[in-house]
Ligand binder design. Structure first.
Ligand code: AGP
Length: 610
């Protein structure tokens, strides 16, 4: 997730305005920044690794000349944070500059063919193919807008781009599956990833739709529809809407808290994460397959993702995984594992000291270290033999939400890949599983749409209860544990996440009339046993809250409150969907109890003490 901005001013100097806008977009990424402007047939660029203020102190962005400019604040996806990977990127002749938010899936192929045609590249980014493609297109088309239109159908994946060239008369922007808005004012015309970028300049906003292109000049914004063949058809002018948000609201996308915004972002970040290249997964999967022992190490929510992955790997890939809590790893992992073991360390921040210690220790023992993280260049990546990045973008709420579903998506994709290698899945079966997995972004959208208000009411109903059980069987045990962790962290309510089958071996002693028990009960092979556990709790007069398939009438009938999940949701990957109502439950319980869910007491986003 990066932030982009483009501006065409009627008068004045654009660079200071772009710098300040980038500052307001920094929550979208902050590992490098850059600005390009154009004046008198020449493009000027300043960019570097680091935060915008630090770069500005060194390079002084405000000295860039001109009234047309583009800017970018980066959350690295392809290539580590560095000056050369920072945007804007240029063509061979320094005549075109581009900023981009999104992921170009076929950039490798595009890059190779551009290199064959004599183009030279300066970065490791996927974005850099765009200015080179435009450079070629400008040889046969008239005008920057036509050239941009011509190349976009070649790009697979997602993009929001802003492009300028040395003609210095216009700025062209376009989007597909990445956000892009236009801002209109009496002083100039703008495009940006999000509303905060514009707020001091204008509140008049137009939302650009997928496959629409806008050409901004000092005269205004002209909108085009892009045809699949790259032709542009002029659209009638759209009337802008007025945003009423304050800056604080705008940074949170209009939501009252980052956590709620991040829950709502899950369909999109999941889609981005599911775009991870098969070759990257394959590399990981082969390493896993070549080792006798596979252990995962992680902490907190990341540990719950690894716990869910145990079930995926055993059922889909036929491989048994040892899931170890990072802080326990030195005590539990046999020191003789050596090079027979591969360790998968999962950490959103990449800075959790327990996880780092564990893998340092295991590395010393000769184990191979594979890392799944959300943070490029984090400490953990430097200890890894190989890294896979989730594509959640920065998570600001202390509670992990969107990073959890992206970790699950990564691990699920890997389990399919390993399953194909081990032969547990035929090519056809693996393809089918992938199809099921790829349905989740849409399923999450519908869960969010249909269940948020129901869960809010449920939270209201149970908010005064001092203690909860969250129970699940099989893979849902991990979901239950994550649900319990969330409500503990945010609403400061005692909650135990437990394997449902184990609850009768002790925890059931706590159950008395009105005790709330949340069952995570998808319609998988554990359901008939869950029914028994529900009956056990019911007969002790517990209040039953069930997350189950929308067509599960029996469970609905037995429950005091039901949260109905899509019945077509794949059981193999059910935590990706079933965790969402539990995130809402914790969020609304916190709100109703008067706590700020973004900053729960005693917790830190990255725990860097042992
Ligand atoms: C989750 O809501 C917590 N903030 C916490 O459990 C977190 O998952 C844990 O500290 C691990 O962090 P990491 O993924 O950055 O390593």
């Amino acid at each position: 997730m990066c932030g982009i901005i483009g501006a065409v001013l009627i008068r004045g100097q654009v660079a200071p305005l772009i710098r300040q806008s980038l500052k307001r977009l920094e929550y979208r990424g902050y590992d490098s920044s850059g600005i390009a402007t154009v004046e008198e047939g020449r493009i000027y660029i300043k960019k570097d690794k680091g935060k915008i203020d630090d770069i500005h102190r060194r390079l002084n962005f405000d000295l860039l000349p001109g009234v047309i400019g583009i800017g970018h604040t980066r959350w690295a996806t392809h290539g580590p944070p560095s000056r050369s990977n920072a945007h804007p990127h240029i063509d061979c002749n320094n005549r075109i500059a581009v900023v981009h938010n999104g992921i170009i899936e076929n950039y490798q192929e595009l890059r190779e063919s551009l290199v064959d045609r004599g183009h030279s590249f300066l970065s490791e980014t996927d974005t850099e193919v765009i200015p080179h493609l435009i450079e070629e297109a400008l040889q046969t088309t008239k005008g920057l807008d036509q050239a941009v239109g011509k190349i976009l159908p070649k790009i697979e994946g997602s993009y929001a781009i802003a492009v300028l060239d040395t003609s210095g008369t216009s700025l062209v922007c376009a989007r597909k599956e990445s956000p892009l808005l236009l801002g209109l004012s009496n002083d100039g015309f703008y495009c940006a990833s999000d509303v905060p970028a514009f707020l001091p300049m204008t509140r008049q906003i137009i939302v650009l739709e997928d496959e629409e292109i806008a050409c901004l000049t000092t005269q205004g914004a002209t909108l085009y529809q892009l045809s699949p063949k790259g032709k542009l058809f002029k659209l009638p002018p759209k009337s802008p809407t007025t945003v009423q948000w304050t800056l604080d609201m705008a940074e949170k996308g209009g939501y009252p808290h980052f956590m709620l915004k991040e829950i709502h972002e899950q369909p999109r970040v999941l889609r981005d994460t599911l775009r991870i290249k098969k070759a990257e997964l394959q590399k990981f999967a082969e390493v896993m397959n070549n080792h006798q022992t596979i252990c995962t190490v992680a902490a907190g929510t990341s540990y719950h993702a690894t716990l869910a992955s145990r079930y995926m790997f055993s059922q889909i890939a036929g491989r048994f995984l040892h899931s170890v809590v990072a802080s326990e790893s030195p005590e539990i992992i046999d020191t003789s594992l050596g090079d027979e073991a591969v360790i998968i360390a999962v950490s959103q921040s990449g800075e959790t000291i327990d996880t780092i210690h564990a893998i340092k220790d295991l590395k010393r023992q000769g184990c191979t270290i594979l890392v799944i993280t959300n943070t490029i260049d984090s400490s953990i990546t430097r200890l890894a033999d190989s890294v896979l990045y989730t594509q959640a973008g920065p998570e600001i709420g202390v509670a992990a939400t969107k990073t959890f579903v992206t970790q699950l998506a990564c691990l699920a994709s890997l389990s399919i890949c390993v399953g194909e290698i081990t032969g547990k899945q035929t090519h056809e079966e693996a393809r089918h599983l992938l199809e099921e997995l790829n349905q989740f972004p849409e399923l999450l959208q519908s869960i969010i749409r249909n269940q948020e208000s129901i869960v809010k009411e449920t939270a209201q109903h149970y908010v005064a209860k001092p203690s909860f059980f969250f129970l699940g069987r099989g893979i849902s045990r991990a979901t239950a544990m994550e649900g319990a962790l969330k409500i503990k962290e945010l609403a400061y309510v005692h909650a135990e996440g437990y394997p449902a089958g184990e609850s009768k071996h002790g925890p059931i002693a706590l159950v008395e009339e009105g005790f709330p028990v949340v069952f995570v009960a998808p319609n998988d092979r554990t359901r008939r046993f869950i029914l028994g556990n529900v009956m056990e709790m019911k007969s002790r007069l517990a209040q039953i809250i069930t997350l189950c398939s929308g067509d599960d009438e029996r469970l609905a009938e037995l429950s005091d409150s039901v949260i109905q999940m899509p019945s077509n949701l794949s059981n193999a990957f059910s935590p990706i969907g079933y965790v969402v109502p539990l995130q809402f439950l914790a969020y609304y319980a916190a709100i109703q109890r008067g706590y700020n869910p973004d900053q729960p007491r005693n917790l830190a986003k990255a725990v860097t003490v042992l």
